[in-house]
Design a protein around this ligand. Structure first.
Ligand code: FAD
Length: 421
């Protein structure tokens, strides 16, 4: 058995690599164990291969709010390594960043590969011993202390300290299949039930597949819940921005951000959404605009009159739902029919059957109960020589770079415990 290490890091994702690099930079002898053939598999697919590394929200009070009630747990980690530190960390190593809409920060190159290369060099420069194809199967522990870890191939390693950064359960093909939760539960940690978050939703209407690939900009999506007591939907959430139709439902930033809420609502009732294609115009103003448009195209057929109002792909479905004869001349459209059109433009209803599962979820909500982790050091309060960082913690945030920021900050914070130089 090998026991030459100060720290064994289990999981070579964003938080594990940051922690291992920083601990080694501080003078620790570090072994990094990763079950995949390569490090940072998930990092490579973030932001559709562009990696939204952080969010340029420089006010720490505002920043923690994005993580909900649990955000305050991150204060110390953000003080150790904040947004500017992340940007400088990569800039110093040759990867410049740019800030896009919604303060989202990306590498100028639009390549997450560049960030991964920086992290791998950081590990090598600081002499972290890296073992890939090294799947941890068992963590041995007694008397509130870990004694060693055993790999799938039987190799056993021990160190003074251990860090579990095996991520959540989302996108299991990337390697994060929830292994860490099992070990930690055995050691006595409370695991808040992991649930998929930031995921697409499945829509009941069978014609939804005809809209696949259509993206919507500047729409408002309102979420409603009904149950046996409340038959007319109660509005429970609402977002403005971009959305996207998939083969069987919807995705895109505003859907992803509402998906955690939708998942919880589905557990206690029926849930549907309404798309407002013209959120900046109230009913009255939109009606005026419609009347003006119709006057200008009074001799057109109904089916040829909607191009200015809606994306092309959705028009055939819109016409079907309106039940207005598609060949009807605009001048023959009645006031009642105009009301139907208005209603569909402002309240285009779709019934939600479910949120998609872990397979395609961007993050996992739930994880190690934060009450059992010291927020200043990321040290477990249950096991003496254990640290925790990254998505395995019960913390998650909307899209925008916040999830990676918490990985960088919590990972770095673990590394700060190993200052020997
Ligand atoms: C498609 C997609 C796009 C995303 N885009 C963004 C984005 O643009 N911005 C953003 O902020 N967030 C984004 N996220 C979320 C973000 O990627 C994660 O929150 C973050 O990568 C989690 O980092 P982690 O280090 O905690 O875990 P992971 O990156 O999941 O790393 C965990 C590592 O542990 C390894 N491991 C697991 N079990 C074992 C074991 N038994 N033995 C050894 N190793 C093990 C895994 O193989 C994996 O490499 C995205 C996620 C997905 C899925």
């Amino acid at each position: 058995m090998n026991s030459e290490f100060d720290l064994i890091v289990i999981g070579g994702g964003s938080s594990g690599m940051m922690a291992a690099g920083r601990a080694a930079e501080n003078g620790a002898r570090v072994l990094l164990l990763e079950k995949n053939e390569n490090l940072g598999v998930k990092l490579l697919i973030t932001g559709k291969g562009r990696c939204n590394i952080t969010n340029n929200e420089l006010n720490k009070n505002n920043l923690v709010d994005f993580y909900g009630k649990k955000g305050r747990f991150l204060f110390s980690a953000f003080n150790n390594f904040d947004i500017k530190d992340v940007i400088n960390f990569f800039a110093k190593r040759g990867v410049a960043t740019k800030t896009e809409r919604g303060a989202r920060v990306f590498p100028v190159s639009d390549k997450s590969r560049d960030l991964l290369d920086v992290l791998i060099n950081y590990l090598r420069e600081n002499k972290v011993k890296i073992k890939t194809n090294a799947e941890v199967k068992v963590i041995k522990f007694n008397n509130s202390e870990i004694s060693s870890v055993v790999l799938k191939n039987g190799d056993e390693y021990s160190a003074k300290n251990y860090l579990v950064t095996t991520g959540g359960k989302s996108y299991p093909l990337s390697g994060s299949a929830g292994d860490g939760y099992k070990w930690l539960a055995k050691m006595g940690h409370i695991i808040i039930e992991p649930k998929p978050a930031l995921c697409s939703i499945i829509i009941k209407e069978p014609w939804i597949k005809e809209l696949e690939g259509l993206s919507l900009k500047n729409v408002q999506i309102n979420i409603f819940q009904t149950n046996s007591h409340v038959k007319t939907g109660k509005k429970v959430d609402s977002r403005f921005g971009e959305a996207l139709f998939t083969g069987n439902g919807m995705s895109g930033p505003i859907i992803l951000d509402m998906s955690k809420n939708i998942g919880e609502l589905l557990a206690s009732g029926q849930v549907y959404l309404e798309i407002d294609f013209k959120p900046k115009l109230d009913f009255k103003t939109l009606d005026k605009r419609l009347q003006k448009d119709f006057l200008e195209s009074k001799n057109k057929q109904f089916k040829n009159s909607l191009d200015q109002l809606l994306p092309k792909k959705i028009i055939p479905i819109f016409i079907k739902l309106s039940k207005i004869n598609s060949a009807k001349k605009i001048h023959a459209i009645t006031k009642e029919e105009r009301k139907i059109i208005l209603h569909l433009l402002k309240n285009f209803k779709l019934n939600i059957s479910q949120v998609s599962g872990f397979e395609r979820a961007i993050v996992t909500a739930g994880g190690v109960d934060l009450k059992e982790v010291d927020s200043k050091t990321m040290k477990s309060k249950i096991i003496n020589n254990l640290y925790l960082a990254g998505e395995i913690l019960d913390i998650d945030a909307p899209t925008g770079g916040y999830n990676l920021q918490s990985c960088w900050s919590t990972g770095f914070t673990v590394g700060e415990n190993f200052k020997t130089k």
